[in-house]
Design a protein around this ligand. Sequence first.
Ligand code: PAZ
Length: 319
Amino acid sequence: MSCISGLGEDEVNSFFESSPPLKNMEEIVQKLNAFIHLLNSSAGGRRRRRIVCVTSGGTTVPLEQRCVRYIDNFSSGNRGAASTENFVKAGYAVIFLFRRGTCQPYSRSLPDDPFLDCFQFPDNTNIQVNASHVEAVKMAVMDQQAAVAEARLLKLPFTTIYEYLQMLRLIATALKDVGPCSMFYLAAAVSDFYVPWKSMTEHKIESGSGPLDIRLAQVPKMLSFLRTYWAPKAFCISFKLETDSKILIEKATKALRKYKVHAVVANELSTRKEEVVVVSSSGNVVVRCDSEKPESIVEDNLIRLIVDRHSTYIKEFST
Ligand code: PAZ
């Protein structure tokens, strides 16, 4: 088979053709269109609102069609959730494409274990928030409701690699007309390997007959497709996670060149909450939290930098 552009069209097409179709595709498309329409109409004659698609959490790779077992990719979703809050604060509308069950914007400061400790029932008809959590719950509810009501946040959940890539393609296609005002901020941890749907067993793999051999195919690299076909005018930030800090910057630099993204955010697993390096053609910038501010998180400074770069990109694009 031939690939004229060298982007692996055949592999990409066959990935999508053989993927189980999204169960709620119509509903997703309808939500996306309504969100974008609302944004355009709320902008009126003013400057076009900026939109960012933030991806968050890890994708699963099912091992059976009626999935009982799966391979997972590590990601708590904290980066995506914290970045979403900062993008909303900076005036962006955010499409939050997240893994079900991972960290959500505005609820990062609520206890997740046990969440129900936030509440009490003084009698059978009333529910109250415990004093220690009142402020956090109030802020979480108010901020989340405001973001949704003002069309600044649309949340779309995924679980598998199949769902994630089909949804990313739908979002990119829907945002095509937004051009340089759109951004992709790809913080999700996406599987590199998968079991093709057609070669996957339908029922639960039987145990009891010795070791299990599974052959994983490589997931086609969709980033080139996103940049070249799906949303070529969008500003695009990808992420690179490594556990070996010695190879991190080299890998991020390679990804920057290969996928022609506007920047790669490089992070090492154990220090990812304290420090990232933004790798781009204008040099590498180390971004940390502010040591003097105890509440500061790395995403506060990271999003400030990314938003600045996006502004420059939009300006250059229109001149
Ligand atoms: O979700 P989280 O806050 O636990 O971690 C964030 C992250 C490390 C998944 C993200 O910053 C990242 O690097 N995503 C891309 C991972 C990859 O290289 O596939």
